[in-house]
Design a protein around this ligand. Structure first.
Ligand code: NAD
Ligand code: UDP
Length: 337
């Protein structure tokens, strides 16, 4: 099969590209490198000894995107292209709505024009909102999002679902990711945030490598066992392997399916810091700061549907995630630069 990864040069896309190639699939990547580097795909090619058809292109550009669909004729699209910084989305909502919604509409239009019926979408646990208490189950109604980034995900889910209602031959898989962390075991590809990291694990690794003085833990007065927030961290290679199963499911079925990708096991911010220190034998200085606006005390998945529908379950441990995150960071202190 040939799979088109829109936004495939990014953190998650590059790991999926690797997993697909190792599984014998053909991979096409479209990316404008807004938040990534072509170096990630070059490394994937080097690691697998295979080639990726790489297009530097903005997926909101319909002419260019249609030309790629006509030339490559993908069997399935994995739609990862989007802006993802929560804080930035509050400051620049129009840019977020324009880019994220537009990539989705353009991909759907190009699929309709070229007869591609299958799409797997990178959604997020954020669509559960604050109304739904963990563990989050796919049957729960979506909640109110606390920022424009989350709303773009919620709206894009609706758009994709509506498209599959109108075209009975379409298949849409909405994957709700929990917290992907870690890197490929080789340490050759990993997460490469621009500027100050917003997410916990890249911040931790940058403190460990000496790029930042200390981690600020956003609040230790939550109603959780140690007072810090609980999240469902999932190893990026487990997440990538989940996509292999999701693509197979997508091409074999019709309609829309919503599936959580997590481990179902909550860990606190302090669990992450302590495990990282222990596994890697390195100190992560931290201080306790105020809560971050919009953070929920506990977000984790009910993962029974992924196991039932996809036959997939995350295998890697928190220790694996901490070891591989550090392996990537210490071998690539400046990321891909
Ligand atoms: P990322 O920023 O590393 O990857 C996204 C890629 O999309 C980047 O390479 C970027 O350059 C590209 N892109 C953005 N707009 C584009 C456009 N108009 N045309 C072409 N390329 C474009 O982020 P990631 O962590 O790999 O996330 C991938 C997807 O998964 C995103 O949609 C994100 O919202 C979603 N997601 C990520 C997480 C997470 O924690 N990383 C959690 C839930 C959902
Ligand atoms: N967090 C933190 N310090 C940081 C970054 C994150 O204490 O510098 C906490 C944050 O409050 C949350 C958890 O780590 O409880 C995971 O945050 P992240 O932004 O990685 O993911 P999300 O909030 O989207 O689940």
């Amino acid at each position: 099969m040939k799979i088109l990864l829109a936004g495939g040069a990014g953190y998650i896309g590059s790991h999926i590209a690797l997993a697909l190639l190792e599984n014998g699939q053909d991979v096409v990547v479209m990316d404008n490198f807004d938040n990534s580097s072509p170096e990630a795909i070059m490394r994937v090619e080097e690691m697998t000894g295979q080639t990726v058809s790489l297009y530097e292109a903005d997926v909101t550009n319909k002419k260019v995107t249609l030309a790629v669909f006509k030339k490559e004729k993908p069997d399935c699209v994995i739609h990862l292209a989007g802006l993802k910084a929560v804080g930035e989305s509050i400051e620049q909502p129009i840019r977020y709505y324009r880019n994220n919604i537009d990539t989705t509409l353009t991909l759907l239009e190009c699929m309709a024009k070229t007869g591609c019926k299958n799409i797997v979408f990178s959604s997020s646990a954020t669509v559960y909102g604050e109304e739904n208490a963990a563990p989050c189950h796919e049957k729960m109604p979506k909640g109110k999002c606390s920022n424009p980034y989350g709303w773009t995900k919620s709206m894009m889910e609706q758009i994709l679902q509506d498209a599959s209602v109108a075209d009975k031959d379409m298949s849409v898989v909405l994957l709700r990711y929990f917290n992907p962390i870690g890197a490929h075991e080789s340490g050759r590809i990993g997460e490469n945030p621009r500027g100050i990291p917003n997410n916990l694990m890249p911040y931790v690794t940058q403190v460990a490598v000496g790029k930042r003085d200390k981690l600020t833990i956003f609040g230790d007065d939550y109603d959780t066992p140690d007072g810090t927030c609980l999240r469902d961290y999932i190893h990026i290679m487990d997440l990538a392997e989940g996509h292999l199963k999701a693509v197979d499911f997508c091409v074999e079925n019709k309609g829309t399916e919503i599936i959580n990708l997590g481990t179902g096991q909550p860990y606190s911010v302090l669990d992450i810091v302590k495990t990282f220190e222990k596994v890697n034998n390195i100190q992560v200085p931290y201080e306790i700061g105020p809560r971050r606006g919009g953070d929920l005390p506990a977000v984790y998945a009910d993962v029974s549907k992924a196991e039932k529908v996809l036959g997939w379950k995350a295998k890697r441990t928190l220790a694996d995630m901490c070891r591989d995150s550090w392996n990537w960071q210490k071998n690539n202190p400046e990321g891909y630069e």
